[in-house]
Design a protein around this ligand. Structure first.
Ligand SMILES: C[S@@+](CC[C@H](N)C(=O)[O-])C[C@H]1O[C@@H](n2cnc3c(N)ncnc32)[C@H](O)[C@@H]1O
Length: 269
């Protein structure tokens, strides 16, 4: 892996639990300890739906990457990647198109720590601990430029990342900045939590247990649609996450509409 840029800001206060490592527990990974596991279990007692949302998001990223590989895309950028384990992008491409390149971007110091551990000595993949609100810093980073040729199609994903940005921060404009820099034939895959009682319960539980959770702005299907401006949505358009090109019955689950997360994949003409 190219030398990673260190995570430069901390999203959650010292003392707060690591959401990334709690997610790792829910994904069945090995990058958490007993404290994180206990915290995850406590949270899911109050909001039992949350681990399902986390797993559905990771499964979605995998389906999008497989779809993009089928379309001939060989370069991937993941904005707000979370911990790069448990069937994350570089593992999927290594199985089918090992020459493909992957750049993960995430500010969370726990993600940085795990990325250093699991990506070190791997070729064609790097991690940048940068703020995705600074596209130029990312696009001009030497580690990015070593792996991503913006003159060729790129698969850019932001799966459950844009909810961290308020309307005032204008995430649609942020995504448009990235889209502007991509070559024709590139794709952008987004997913976004919409208003839902389970997530609110989870956030309130988190607040009672640990203090303020990260601020999130939930957006509905129509709001997500505005983020795809200038792109052609591939089938099936914007749908509940489990219903986006499911490959197995497990992808769909029994109540896909209960995953209050919408997603779409747009192609730059
Ligand atoms: C809900 S998690 C989703 C992780 C992953 N995409 C997935 O679906 O499993 C959102 C991620 O976005 C990251 N994030 C939030 N704001 C960010 C920012 N301004 N710059 C970089 N990463 C950010 C968080 O650290 C977190 O890992």
């Amino acid at each position: 892996m190219a030398t990673p840029i260190e995570a430069q800001e901390v999203l959650v206060g010292a003392g707060n639990p690591s959401i990334a490592r709690i997610n790792d527990y829910w994904l069945g990974g090995s990058h958490h300890d007993q404290v994180h596991a206990d915290q995850a279990v406590q949270l899911e007692l109050c909001a039992p739906h949350i681990p399902y949302l986390v797993r559905a998001s990771r499964a979605l990223a995998g389906r999008m990457v497989r779809y993009l590989l089928d379309q001939g895309v060989r370069q991937f950028v993941d904005l707000g990647s979370g911990i790069p384990t448990m069937s994350h992008i570089h593992e999927i491409v290594a199985d089918t198109e090992p020459g493909s390149t992957v750049v993960y971007v995430d500010l969370d110091p726990d993600v940085a720590e795990v990325a250093r551990e699991v990506l070190h000595a791997q070729e064609n993949v790097t991690y940048l601990g940068l703020d995705i609100r600074q596209p130029e810093r990312i696009l001009l980073a030497p580690e990015f430029q070593q792996l991503i040729d913006l003159d060729r199609p790129v698969g850019l994903l932001a799966i459950e990342t844009l909810l961290y940005f308020t309307d005032a921060e204008d995430p649609a404009k942020l995504i448009a900045t990235y889209i502007d820099r991509l070559s024709p034939g590139s794709y952008v895959g987004l997913s976004h939590c919409s208003e839902n009682a389970e997530l609110r319960t989870g956030l309130n539980t988190y607040r009672r247990m640990f203090g303020d959770p990260p601020d999130v702005t939930l957006r509905d299907r129509d709001q997500l649609a505005t983020f795809f401006s200038g792109l052609s949505l591939v089938e099936p358009g914007i749908v509940n996450v489990p219903l986006w090109n499911p490959l197995t019955e497990d992808d769909v689950g029994q109540n896909p509409e209960l995953a209050h997360m919408y997603t779409g994949l747009g192609r730059k003409p």
